[in-house]
Design a protein around this ligand. Structure first.
Ligand SMILES: Cc1cc2nc3c(=O)[nH]c(=O)nc-3n(C[C@H](O)[C@H](O)[C@H](O)COP(=O)(O)OP(=O)(O)OC[C@H]3O[C@@H](n4cnc5c(N)ncnc54)[C@H](O)[C@@H]3O)c2cc1C
Length: 343
């Protein structure tokens, strides 16, 4: 297995105590939190209001699933994802770590076995074992893969919690405050997501669509992924009888939900449980995932300007580990060669 390498610059390259972070999505919020807790004087600028509807993070599933993501991702995603799981547990011990369940219908058996081959960290469940952990799924699937160590967060709840924690640690948050890295003196951590394209032209947006539904006829305790020949579809329980159906991965920057995607997402829910057919649709939505051409995250350091971006499908999974790496660089000059680029 590929091992990452780190090296020390020998001394802390940035000794100032004041840090400005731009963008209060999941990337910027974790950066601001770790720097504020480390005793730095942090100001977090966010162009939208506290509802955060302009961020991609607002639309995300919030799955913390490094084992499942190994199916279609580079080893670095798994490495940073596993580190992030530890940080989520440490900083937010109330995060539900109920695992994830992967199921497939008999016709998709080949894809199910392929998923099993490409991932680790699961145990196989037969039908009674599935019914034991998810009683609503009794009799629905003959086999499942249970990734017991995975977790999930609800983006629209965890972002305000993160913001509150930043303030509690002494950081300031300025909403409705549009800022550009070059207009701020001192150390700036640029977490503007797709809006950072003015300085990082390689960034592109990859659309993800979702549907929020409500029913009290199905109960789930964890995300359920349905193996699908074209893209992973999942149902995430949101509490209050609500479920998020997600998510497409489409190379376009058009926003909105297409009829085809709506059919696929609703069809997947119905395939997980026919009672979803009676659910009420609450919301259709989409977000643009910020991605570099290799779909890998990057911390780009140019003197005191640091850009953290390209979190693509893994913002919630990777943000804590990326914040820890940035802090390690600023405090000790540690460079992770797999993720960091220094000008
Ligand atoms: C449908 C969908 C499902 C997903 N599911 C998952 C999942 O289950 N697990 C997972 O880990 N990831 C998931 N993702 C991916 C995840 O949402 C992204 O990787 C993540 O949100 C990117 O976070 P970010 O902080 O880099 O960008 P953003 O969330 O977009 O935050 C950037 C912020 O910067 C602000 N900003 C921009 N310009 C300025 C400026 N000039 N001044 C001040 N503020 C500015 C914006 O308003 C925004 O709030 C999903 C994405 C989608 C679309």
């Amino acid at each position: 297995m590929y091992k990452s390498s780190t090296h020390q610059r020998g001394q802390s390259p940035i000794s100032v105590t004041t840090i400005s972070v731009i963008g209060a999505g999941i990337a910027g919020a974790w950066q601001a939190l770790l720097f504020a807790q480390a005793g730095r004087n942090v100001t977090l600028h966010e162009r939208s209001d506290a509802a955060m509807t302009q961020s991609t993070s607002h639309w995300a599933g919030g799955m913390l699933a490094p084992y499942c993501e190994a199916e279609g991702s580079e080893p670095v995603i798994v490495r940073l994802g596993l580190r992030s799981l530890k940080l989520w547990r440490e900083y937010f011990p109330e995060t539900p770590f109920n695992g994830s369940l992967v199921v497939a219908h008999a016709r998709d058996r080949t894809d199910f076995e392929r998923f099993a081959r490409l991932t680790s960290g699961y145990r196989r469940l037969d039908a009674p074992a599935i019914a034991e952990i998810e009683p609503s799924l009794e009799g629905r699937f003959r086999e499942g893969l249970f990734y017991a160590d995975e977790g999930h967060v609800e983006p629209r709840k965890i972002l305000p919690e993160l913001h509150a924690r930043i303030r509690a640690a002494g950081g300031q948050i300025e909403f409705n405050s549009e800022a550009e890295p070059d207009d701020i003196d001192g150390t700036v951590i640029d977490c503007r997501g797709l809006a950072a394209r003015d300085t990082q032209s390689e960034l592109r947006g990859v659309k993800g669509e979702l549907i929020l539904i409500e029913t009290d006829e199905v109960e789930l305790s964890r995300p359920v992924r349905l193996i699908h020949p074209r893209f992973p579809l999942y149902v995430i329980p949101r509490g209050d009888h609500r479920f998020m159906l997600g998510a497409t991965t489409i190379e376009t920057e058009n926003t909105g939900v297409s009829v085809r995607s709506a059919l696929e997402l609703l069809g997947a829910a119905y395939a997980v449980h026919p009672a979803f057919g009676e659910a009420r649709i609450l919301e259709f939505g989409s977000g643009l995932r910020p991605a570099y051409p290799d779909n890998l995250p990057r911390i780009a350091v140019n003197n005191e300007k640091i850009a953290v971006n390209g979190l693509y499908r893994h913002g919630f999974l990777l943000a804590p580990a990326l914040a820890e790496l940035t802090l390690g660089y600023v405090e000790r000059g540690t460079i992770d060669n797999e993720v960091m680029q220094c000008a």
